[in-house]
Design a protein around this ligand. Sequence first.
Ligand code: ATP
Ligand code: PRP
Length: 225
Amino acid sequence: MNGTDVKRADSPSASILTLALPKGRLFEQGVDLLARAGLRVHLPEKSRALRHRFVQEDGEVVLLELRNSDVPTYVDLGVADAGMVGKDVLMEAGRDVYEPLDLGFAPCRLSLIRERGATSPILRVASKYERLTAQFLRDRGLAAEVVKLSGNIELAALTGLADAVVDIVQTGSTLQANNLEEIETIMHSSARFVVNRTALKLKRERLRPLIDRLRDLVERTSTTG
Ligand SMILES: Nc1ncnc2c1ncn2[C@@H]1O[C@H](COP(=O)(O)OP(=O)(O)OP(=O)(O)O)[C@@H](O)[C@H]1O
Ligand SMILES: O=P(O)(O)OC[C@H]1O[C@H](OP(=O)(O)OP(=O)(O)O)[C@H](O)[C@@H]1O
């Protein structure tokens, strides 16, 4: 460590590690994984608080509770030093963040979905994943319109709002319950650990050991099942 690094590590901002976690599906597992990786964090009491501070031996960890799709923005713009986010959402965001780790949990796939047996031409496709859908259609040479929706996407295919939808399939129970069919898998997804590129340099002493411990945990889980 040179003189500059010593100063950085001692500066107030270097002693705070800010992590962006999506509320919803990934939050509990994300906090649990961070705790198992040695951070003194725990699930916060139920409240409307969106920012949670935890004192550590080497400073402080701040957890920001965000919408899934906002995690890449907070990490890319450096407000959060690192975070956890689904690969699907990360690809959709198209942000330039460092992605050192596949955390393995929250597996699912992004797929093109239609009503079972539908044969009409695909002229309009609805999705929350507007960019990935447009890219997929371009790759297939399909000139369909993309309609951005915010939730219960499958309903668009059932009501005729769209000829097909692009959405997440996990267990397949939503497809089954609505007489829908998965036509093509566009990508597989799982939760990723993402890091701001500048923070990786400036807060190296805190981020590198965390990444290493998370990697150990993920590898141990994948070998023990
Ligand atoms: N059944 C599932 N449905 C949706 N996402 C899933 C599912 N299983 C795993 N995931 C993964 O979990 C991530 C978070 O899902 P979650 O439902 O919490 O947020 P979201 O629907 O993307 O965001 P928001 O509700 O804030 O719009 C997804 O981006 C995806 O990678
Ligand atoms: O294959 P399955 O296990 O049924 O999971 C897939 C469903 O889960 C998600 O919806 P979610 O409940 O997150 O609601 P949303 O449509 O508002 O995102 C996703 O959008 C699918 O509808």
